[in-house]
Design a protein around this ligand. Sequence first.
Ligand SMILES: Cc1cc2nc3c(=O)[nH]c(=O)nc-3n(C[C@H](O)[C@H](O)[C@H](O)COP(=O)(O)O)c2cc1C
Length: 138
Amino acid sequence: MATAIIYWSGTGNTEAMAQAIEEGLGSKGAEVEVFSVDEAPGDLLDNYERFAFGCPSMGDEVLEEDEFEPFFSKIEGGLAGKKVALFGSYGWGNGEWMDDWRARTEAAGALVFEEGLIQQEAPDAALCRSFGERFADF
Ligand SMILES: Cc1cc2nc3c(=O)[nH]c(=O)nc-3n(C[C@H](O)[C@H](O)[C@H](O)COP(=O)(O)O)c2cc1C
C-alpha cells in the first residue's frame, strides 16, 4: 500500500516540505500520494500504510485551527499501529507545537517516525528529501 502525505499550508512553506518529502519517498521507490487537507479522501486510513502529516505552527504554538485541527482530531483515533511522520514550518517559536503534536500522536498509539521535521520559514529541500528517504525505510 502507498504512503499518503496530507498537509495544510498558508504561505507555501509546509507545502514545499511536502513536495520534497514526496521526492525523497519516491526516490526510494515508495508509491506516494499528496493531498492538501481540504482534498484528503475520507477513507484514508484503510487505503494507505504510511502517513506523513504536515502543518505549520499557527495560533499560539498550535495546529492550524480551521481545517487541519478538525481533520486531525477526526483521524487520530484510527492511527494506532500506523506509521506516521509529522512535519511543518514555523516562524519565531521554539517548536513547541511539534512537541505537543508528537506527544498527542504517540498517545493515539501511532508509530511516530523520528522526532518529526521542523523547518524555520522556507525549508531546506535537501533535508526534507532525506527525511522522506529515511521514512521510506521506516
Ligand atoms: C496566524 C499565524 C500564527 C502563527 N503562529 C506561530 C507560532 O505560534 N509559532 C511560530 O513559530 N510561528 C508561528 N507562525 C509562523 C508560521 O508558522 C510560519 O510563517 C510558517 O512558515 C508558515 O508555514 P506555511 O507557509 O506552510 O503556512 C504563525 C503564522 C501565522 C500566519
